[in-house]
Design a protein around this ligand. Structure first.
Ligand code: DX5
Ligand code: ZN
Length: 225
């Protein structure tokens, strides 16, 4: 059912559209694609799970024709299972729900997979990785939040590094292919820390979009010095 595959190189870089110029979304998306991005990270917020509102399936389907980049949809909404189909139809390739946002995580993951999309679960900074013990083999990726979700431009929370390491160890020990995505406060310094801890996909919003040269920002994140 699923025919979509991520590029092989690591780390993959996923610019977060949250920090782009929203009056020029089409141009911004094309610019990060040309600058070497691997995925486009799309932050959906409902003003309830997180204290901020962004966009939904309509905006995602509007930008879908303008890029070939896979769409990595990060759902920061309560009871995300209500909208999985809408986001799949809008053009999502990866869909991730928060463990804290649903009482039925296993069902939500199963639904994402039935829709033919890569399935992920995101963990807030305080949420222990053991919450995934009984669903880990179903997951294509885990999104470790390294800030409290809701806003771009926040400071990286260093306590989350040991969670990335712990998850990586579990994934290796259990012989799984689950990828680790890291989101929040990623810059030229923290990228190095999360890559060493085991991150496979780096999300970065303000670091990329605040730079004049998106290509340079992406290549610094990919291979920090
Ligand atoms: C925060 C979002 C992030 C955000 C990251 O809730 O999930 O994807 O855009 O922004 P930076 O990279 O600026 O911390
Ligand atoms: Zn995000």
């Amino acid at each position: 059912m699923m025919n979509f595959k991520l590029p092989e190189r690591r780390p993959l870089i996923a610019p977060s559209l949250l920090s782009a110029d929203f009056s020029r979304l089409k141009e911004e998306v094309k610019a990060v694609e040309e600058a070497g991005a691997d995925l486009l990270h799309l932050d959906v917020m409902d003003g309830l799970f997180v204290p901020n509102l962004t966009f939904g399936p309509l905006v995602i389907s509007a930008i879908r024709p303008h890029t070939k980049l896979p769409f990595d949809v990060h759902l920061m909404i309560v009871q995300p299972e209500r909208y999985l189909k809408h986001f799949a139809e809008a053009g999502a390739d990866l869909i991730c729900v928060h463990a804290e946002a649903t009482a039925h995580l296993h069902r939500a993951i199963t639904q994402i997979k039935e829709l033919g999309k890569l399935a992920g679960v995101s963990l807030n900074p305080h949420t222990p990785p053991e919450i995934l013990d009984y669903v880990l083999e179903l997951l294509d990726f885990v999104l470790v939040m390294t800030v409290n979700p809701g806003f771009g431009g926040q400071k990286f929370i260093p306590q989350c590094l040991s969670k990335i390491e712990k998850l990586k160890n579990t994934i290796v020990k259990r012989g799984l292919n689950t990828l680790i995505e890291v989101d929040g406060g990623i810059n030229e310094k923290t990228s190095q820390l999360v890559i060493s801890a085991g991150a496979d996909i780096l999300v970065a919003g303000s670091y990329i979009f605040e730079k004049e040269d998106y290509r340079e920002a992406i290549s610094i994140l990919r291979s920090p010095t």
